[in-house]
Ligand binder design. Structure first.
Ligand SMILES: [Zn+2]
Ligand SMILES: [Zn+2]
Length: 377
């Protein structure tokens, strides 16, 4: 395993070059450069778009075990003030994917030098934050050729201390859909509202009505969230707005509820078009499928964590989304949280991570890849 100073250097190098989904060119080059410098005897490498697949040939393989690391950053201006903060203005690794990649490289290095028994696949996946890289990657010939028998991934958890690992059997992350709503009506002078169709009023009313979907249309024993995080509209204070836009997200614990909520939003759209004499267009953007962990694998993993003298914490289900959900929909697998102890949460411009978590995670991922048994073993 690489020494700690090397691990920290890799993490800091990657932290400085955050790139958006499917634009991770520098990141891909950095990863490839590292991978090509490793002993190649047991390795095979394939590129897929801005992602990479690396297979390590096992010594006596009965299955292919995969570890997935997402590689993209976010359109957030970094405010950590760290000496190694992002060199890409307006972009930041604010979701810890720089750590996810570093942990994968460290583990890969160890395995290139001392191959595992089973074949192992490292999946460097682009575009987790959007538009979603997991599903198209799985549909590629490159991935299909190396289809894993089992897959796992981790995500940093700012709220957990270093040395704590957390997961749960069953549902870990929610089903999500983006939501973009555009309103277009007839603008005009602020003093003549009767001659116009005011899109600020229509959009405001829509935000209020959206709240009644969760409170009045969804079974109270089910869980759902509709959040509008951004409203834009109009041009100036004394002109009635011709256009307005709402941007938000839908989250549910059941995959069946997402289409029901979408239908309700469509029916609101028709009502509002009638009421406000305007046209409304809705774009549901990217959908992410729930992350559902296989119980038997989580049990095995929990034993590995406890035998590594790390702290195990049973995780609650969360309304966050992850496109890794598509991978564990079709491949037995699980995801877990890695404590990195930051006062700021994921996607915050001041998110930091304690780097002591990196060697801990690399050892744990390596041990898991080497020791994990398939479900029917
Ligand atoms: Zn994220
Ligand atoms: Zn993330």
């Amino acid at each position: 395993m690489l020494d700690v100073a090397n691990l920290i250097k890799i993490r800091r190098d990657l932290h400085q070059i955050p790139e958006l989904g499917f634009q991770e060119h520098k990141t891909q080059a950095y990863l490839l450069n590292f991978i090509q410098a490793l002993p190649q005897t047991h390795l095979s490498v394939k590129k897929w778009k801005t992602g990479i697949l690396v297979k390590v040939k096992g010594t006596n393989s009965s299955m292919l075990v995969a570890y997935r690391a997402d590689i993209d950053g976010l359109p957030i201006e970094e405010e950590t003030g760290l000496e190694f903060q992002s060199k890409h203005e307006g972009y930041m690794h604010a979701c810890g994917h720089d750590l996810h990649m570093t942990i994968a490289l460290a583990t890969l290095e160890a395995m290139a030098k001392q191959p595992p028994e089973n074949d192992v696949l490292f999946v460097f996946q682009p575009a987790e934050e959007g538009p979603g890289g997991a599903l198209p990657m799985m549909q590629s010939e490159e991935f299909k050729e190396w289809w894993p028998d089992l897959i796992f991934a981790l995500h940093i958890a700012p709220e957990l201390p270093v040395g704590t690992i957390s997961s749960k059997p069953g549902l870990l992350f929610a089903n999500t859909s983006e939501l973009f709503i555009d309103f277009k009506g007839k603008g005009g002078h602020a003093a003549y509202p009767h001659l116009t169709k005011d899109m600020v009023v229509a959009a405001s009313g829509f935000v209020g009505e959206l709240q009644t979907i969760v409170s009045r249309r969804v079974d109270p024993l089910e869980s759902a969230v509709i959040t509008i995080g951004k409203i834009t509209g109009g041009t100036v204070q004394n002109v009635i707005a011709e256009r307005a836009r709402l941007e938000g997200t839908i989250r549910t614990l059941s995959p069946d509820l997402i289409p029901i909520i979408k239908q309700e939003i469509d029916s609101l759209k028709r009502g509002f078009e009638e009421m406000y004499d305007c046209s409304i267009s809705i774009d549901f953007g990217a959908n992410y499928y729930q992350v559902f962990n296989q119980s038997d694998l989580v049990d095995q993993f929990k034993h590995i964590v406890e035998s590594s003298e790390l702290e195990w914490k049973e995780a609650p289900a969360a309304m966050t989304g992850e496109d890794f959900g598509y991978m564990v929909r079709d491949i037995p697998g699980f995801m877990f949280w890695l404590g990195v102890d930051s006062p700021y949460g994921l996607h915050h411009s001041k998110l930091t991570a304690k780097e002591e978590a990196i060697p801990i995670a690399a050892k744990l991922v390596e041990k898991t890849l080497r020791e994990m048994k398939s479900l029917n073993a």
